[in-house]
Design a protein around this ligand. Structure first.
Ligand SMILES: Nc1ncnc2c1ncn2[C@@H]1O[C@H](COP(=O)(O)OP(=O)(O)O)[C@@H](O)[C@H]1O
Ligand SMILES: [Mg+2]
Length: 263
């Protein structure tokens, strides 16, 4: 299980971005980290995967535990070896390598080389499109295909915890649904825990078991997916739905803000 205890993160020693984020990812579960642009979702993932250092960021307080052991002092390399794998946002593929080479890169630190071939088959079974494109240069794949590729590459690492940063970003709704079905299938079939970052609250809660809402570097609300789906604030502010009328008064908004602050 992954456990974040009140972590604070600053970039360049001065830009404080997370102000005490706590969350758990139980083994085998899908957890959604929700929130608007700039809330601190990607920063949270990078704090876990050890990639903060690349951007002069640092966990300045709190702790991160993996199966009861502190891991916030480990390097990205060591964290990867624990089986915690982050698929990067923005579909960062190695543009000059082929699809298949990109997938094999995902397995580079694995010792069980003999199963890598089988896993390649597994990824092609999840993503038949990637099989068709296996000899194509990744840089020329479409946005959706590159998104499939970064997820497939994360699968190739035989992850215990797979972290995905906005897998739906910029994709057509049908494709988003397809990719989400695959994430859900992978979770069920491999018991891999998934920590999912999304602005698309509706789609994230369609497969998540539990969710956290992050605002300005703080968790302001958390609960089961069903609880969040039915929460009026989540519906109003993140799903654009409201059962209490479309126009909320300023006072009500202020009330919401105050409530947010004290949650
Ligand atoms: N490398 C960085 N240096 C300085 N500030 C950053 C850096 N990366 C992100 N930030 C800031 O941290 C805040 C949270 O960013 P981020 O974690 O990317 O949010 P989200 O993923 O929720 O959109 C934003 O205000 C952003 O400008
Ligand atoms: Mg982000």
């Amino acid at each position: 299980m992954l456990k974040l205890n009140n972590i604070e993160v600053a970039y360049l020693n001065v830009i404080r971005v997370l102000h005490g984020v706590s969350l758990n990812v139980e083994d085998g579960s899908i957890v959604a980290l929700l929130g608007a642009n700039g809330a601190g979702k990607s920063t949270t993932l990078k704090a876990i995967s050890g990639l903060l250092h690349v951007e002069e960021g640092e966990v300045t307080d709190g702790s991160i535990e993996w199966n009861g052991e502190r891991m916030d002092n480990k390097s990205a390399e060591e964290i990867g070896k624990l089986g915690i794998i982050q698929a990067l946002e923005g579909r960062r593929v190695f543009g000059h390598l082929t699809t298949e080479e990109n997938l094999l890169v995902g397995a580079y630190h694995r010792k069980d080389r003999h199963t890598v071939k089988e896993d390649l088959k597994m990824v092609y079974d999840y993503f038949p499109r990637l099989k068709e494109l296996r000899h194509n240069t990744a840089g020329y794949l479409s946005g959706g295909e590159q998104q499939m590729l970064v997820i497939g590459r994360a699968m190739m690492a035989a992850p215990k915890l797979m972290m995905l940063d906005e897998p739906s970003l910029g994709l057509a709704p049908l494709l988003v649904e397809e990719i989400y079905n695959i994430i859900q299938r992978f979770n069920t079939e491999h018991k891999t825990s998934v920590l999912l970052v999304e602005q698309n609250v509706r789609i994230a809660l369609s497969i998540a078991h539990y969710g956290y809402v992050v605002e300005n570097g703080r968790v302001v609300l958390d609960g089961s997916a069903d609880f969040l789906k039915n929460n009026e604030d989540v519906k109003e502010f993140y799903m654009g739905l409201s059962t209490v009328g479309t126009k909320k008064s300023y006072r009500e908004v202020k009330h919401y803000k105050r409530r947010k602050r004290w949650l």
